[in-house]
Write a protein that binds this ligand. Structure first.
Ligand code: SAM
Length: 154
């Protein structure tokens, strides 16, 4: 389902983002609600509320102001979701590795951008900070609660 389209059906009971968020901390798993949300979206029973179908305006405004040119350098997109930011960064000349904790999100991103140069991977440690030194160039424009602040930069 692309951004702006109506979901095929109302969210399944308990699949609405608000309910998933509310349930996850009590289960001791602050990032555990992302996968069920993306999986429900794949089935057409939920919408991903942050899916704009386009890169985040903060990213595009920043990149255009610089102007940003990757010249083949590497970029890591943390918590890439459905891939719009990763595709944008790749379009500006970066060799992009984009990852997300949700396998459904990565599947959807690969399907959404067939033949993409972006290397989409399922990765992420629940509740564990990413070592900053392991991140060369990085961007995350809409960090969720599971992404440590020191792994987020633009
Ligand atoms: C608010 S969404 C933003 C998605 C995307 N950046 C965008 O702007 O559309 C946060 C994303 O980070 C992912 N995420 C959350 N915690 C993570 C973790 N520990 N490791 C990897 N991805 C994570 C979620 O699955 C979700 O796709």
């Amino acid at each position: 389902m692309s951004a702006g389209e109506e979901p095929a059906a109302p969210p399944a009971p308990g699949a609405e983002p608000g309910r998933l968020v509310a349930r996850a901390p009590s289960a001791g798993d602050p990032t555990g609600w992302f996968e069920p949300l993306y999986a429900a979206a794949e089935e057409g029973t939920a919408v991903v509320p942050w899916d704009r179908g386009a890169p985040h305006w903060l990213l595009t405004a920043w990149a255009e102001r610089k102007p940003l040119n990757g010249d083949g350098r590497r970029a890591l997109v943390v918590g890439c979701g459905l891939g719009a930011d990763a595709e944008y960064v790749a379009g500006r000349g970066f060799a992009v590795l984009a990852f997300d904790i949700s396998a459904s999100a990565i599947r959807a991103a690969r399907r959404r951008f067939p033949g993409s140069a972006v290397d989409y991977q399922v990765a992420g440690q629940r509740g564990r900070p990413f070592p900053a030194a392991a991140i060369p160039d990085r961007t995350n424009t809409a960090a969720g609660p599971g992404i440590p602040a020191r792994a987020v930069s633009a």
